[in-house]
Design a protein around this ligand. Structure first.
Ligand SMILES: NC(=O)c1ccc[n+]([C@@H]2O[C@H](COP(=O)([O-])OP(=O)(O)OC[C@H]3O[C@@H](n4cnc5c(N)ncnc54)[C@H](OP(=O)(O)O)[C@@H]3O)[C@@H](O)[C@H]2O)c1
Length: 332
């Protein structure tokens, strides 16, 4: 089986492993596409906890069922599927020990994978394999942040940060729900590229470093109802200032660092809710897929690379010179 492995941190090599066969309650999936997340770069560089080498990277992939093991009832050969990010988190609260693909366990940069049937979901018919491969991490995280941990309502306002995977899914889901969306980005050119996705107002943070003031102006001095916080250390304090009393901040990302001093008095006096989000469970994924299918939503794909171009895809991810999702197609 053709795959990629991280054999030493910082080094991705193409290799071959024995073709895996499914055991009881397991399914062999022939992968047709995978996608990259910022987290995969942290794994490659050795800056992600629990990653043991050698490791097949990437949490996100989609393909079709090639073979089912004894006792499998959820899927049959030919079904179009994607894997859930944390193979141990099916429903309810998260288990104490995650089994995240491409981190705790081998991931999806392989032409065939074998996974428990419990760790797969059906792809919406409306999506291609490339589109389906973008869903497990970024989309489920954005969905959880807006609809599972809290309940975004029509007419509410949402702040999204940057033009990467989580943020553009949050933008698309928020627009689908009838929300008013403010997007911040460090690039005027990227803002222009994503405006057609329905951005209501955008702020170029290179031009307006104290962007939280502009968010307040745009919301009548109140602040937004929801923040999808991916920036981390340098954005979280500003995000809190840009949130209305009783508003919700989904704490997701660490793009500018993971340690921060918080203005506790301001937080408690305005009674802001902070939720830590770690992707989501299978139920969240299936709820999201139903919404995607019903609303005809299509993920925003920035670039597609061939399987042989996996290293190049990581380089583009690191450069930040893209919007939306970076996808690897296994065709050809
Ligand atoms: N907790 C979870 O469950 C979870 C799940 C998924 C992702 N994450 C985290 O969420 C973050 C985003 O992930 P992603 O996969 O969506 O990333 P991504 O696709 O690589 O996109 C990141 C975007 O954020 C902006 N950005 C980059 N560096 C920044 C910085 N220092 N300060 C502010 N903005 C910056 C850039 O947009 P502009 O150039 O337009 O500004 C960039 O395109 C990462 O920290 C990732 O680890 C967490």
């Amino acid at each position: 089986m053709d795959c990629y492995e991280i054999t030493a941190f910082g080094s991705l090599v193409r290799s071959t492993r024995p073709d895996p066969r499914p055991g009881p309650f397991e399914v062999a999936v022939r992968l047709r596409a995978a996608s990259l997340n910022y987290r995969d770069l942290l794994v490659l560089k050795g800056r992600y906890p629990n990653a043991r080498l050698p490791l097949v990277p990437l949490s996100d992939g989609a393909g079709e069922v090639r073979e089912t093991g004894e006792g499998v009832t959820r899927f049959k050969v030919g079904d179009r599927v994607a894997a859930i990010f944390n193979q141990a988190w099916i429903e309810g609260p998260p288990p104490p020990r995650p089994r995240a693909l491409g981190g705790d366990i081998d991931g999806m940069l392989a032409k065939t994978v074998v996974l428990p049937e419990s760790g797969l979901v059906r792809l919406p018919d409306s999506l291609s394999f490339e589109e389906g491969a973008t869903l497990p991490c970024a989309a489920v995280t954005a969905w959880n942040a807006l609809f599972e941990r809290t309940r975004l309502r029509p007419g509410q306002s949402v702040l999204v940060q940057g033009t990467g995977g989580v943020s553009l899914f949050a933008l698309q889901f928020a627009k689908m729900a009838g929300a008013f969306v403010i997007l911040i980005s460090r690039s005027a050119e990227k803002i222009a590229r994503v405006l057609p996705l329905g951005v209501d107002r955008a702020i170029d943070t290179e031009r307006v470093p104290d962007w939280e003031r502009e968010v307040l102006d745009m919301t009548g001095g109140q602040g937004v109802d929801h923040v999808v916080e991916v920036g981390g250390a340098q954005t979280l304090p500003r995000s809190l200032s840009a949130t209305r009393p009783l508003g919700h901040v989904a704490v997701i990302g660490v793009l500018s660092g993971g340690e921060v001093r918080l203005p506790i008095f301001s937080l408690l006096s305005r009674q802001i809710q902070l939720s830590g989000i770690y992707v989501g469970n299978r139920d969240h994924f299936e709820n999201m897929n139903a919404a995607i299918a019903k609303n005809g939503l299509h993920p925003n794909i920035g670039r597609v690379f061939p399987f042989s171009g996996a290293s190049e895809a990581f380089r583009v991810l690191e450069s930040g010179a893209f919007t939306g999702k970076l996808v690897i197609s296994f065709e050809g």
